[in-house]
Design a binder for this molecule. Structure first.
Ligand code: NAP
Length: 235
């Protein structure tokens, strides 16, 4: 089986929250969607639900903390689809509202970095050959306005530092891959009512829409930017 004429898109942490909704919206746009999760049963369950809604959604196991898992997912993608067009680095952990930078547990900081920074980094490295084989190379790093140095205050140190470094990765990758037509951007989904965001945020549909916008940019679209709802945010 190959991706054929459909755009082939992969989302990390696609089993719940914003990632699941990004999978749903990309499926509704006609993409072939690789819904990945660190738990294969969780990916299978979410993909089955989205397929029942009409999307061409396929479950794949991918734990972003594990290089071997990322490489296995890339092998599976190559065998089944031959390429990747869109990579959405969505999976993240550790919104550490209970910590302050001055006293932070650095083990928590390191765990956050392993998932939120090295996760997208190792996933991108594993899939880059497939993105190069694709037609529309788009990488979306799901970030947060908490990472904006311009407005940064104290608090959530593990999360904030990991996302600020993720924004740096966006800048470096965008500069390195621009010449190959691969567009790399950071997107803040806003405050969204998920397990991470808690109650009171906006619906996942709205938070996911800005990620889908960056995932479906035309070839003339921006790269190396930081956006929410398609509008630039200050770094
Ligand atoms: P969420 O509801 O907590 O979901 C997080 C997702 O990441 C889950 O699917 C989780 O899988 C997955 N994940 C965690 N560690 C993983 C790993 N090692 N490998 C693969 N998947 C892993 O979070 P969310 O609110 O949807 O957040 C999605 C993105 O938006 C994150 O990057 C977050 O930082 C960003 N964001 C969210 C908000 C907000 O208000 N919600 C605001 C700004 C930015 P499991 O089910 O296996 O745990």
């Amino acid at each position: 089986m190959t991706g054929g004429e459909r755009t082939v898109s992969l989302v990390t942490g696609g089993n719940r929250g914003i990632g699941r909704e990004v999978c749903r919206q990309l499926g509704a746009l006609g993409h072939t969607v690789l819904l990945t999760a660190r738990s294969l049963p969780a990916a299978e369950e979410a993909a089955a639900e989205l397929r029942a809604g009409g999307g061409d959604v396929h479950p794949v196991a991918l734990d972003v903390r594990d290089r071997a898992s990322a490489e296995q997912a890339a092998r599976e993608t190559r065998e089944r689809f031959g390429r990747l067009d869109v990579l959405v680095n969505n999976a993240a952990i550790a919104y550490d509202t209970w910590q302050r930078a001055a006293t932070a547990d650095l083990d928590v900081v390191a765990e956050a970095a392993d998932t939120n920074l090295y996760g997208p980094w190792r996933t991108t490295q594993a899939f880059l050959p497939l993105l190069r084989a694709g037609r529309h190379g788009r990488i979306v790093n799901v970030s947060s306005e908490a990472a904006s140095l311009t407005s940064m205050g104290g608090g959530t140190p593990a999360y904030t530092a990991s996302k600020a470094a993720l924004n740096a990765l966006t800048r470096m990758l965008s500069a390195e891959l621009r010449g190959e037509g691969i567009l790399v951007n950071s997107v803040c989904p806003g405050w969204v009512a998920t397990d991470m965001g808690g109650p009171g945020g906006r619906p996942v549909r709205e938070g996911a829409a800005g990620i889908v916008w960056a995932a479906t940019l035309p070839d003339s679209g921006p790269t190396g930017g930081f956006f929410r709802d398609g509008l630039p945010l200050p770094w």
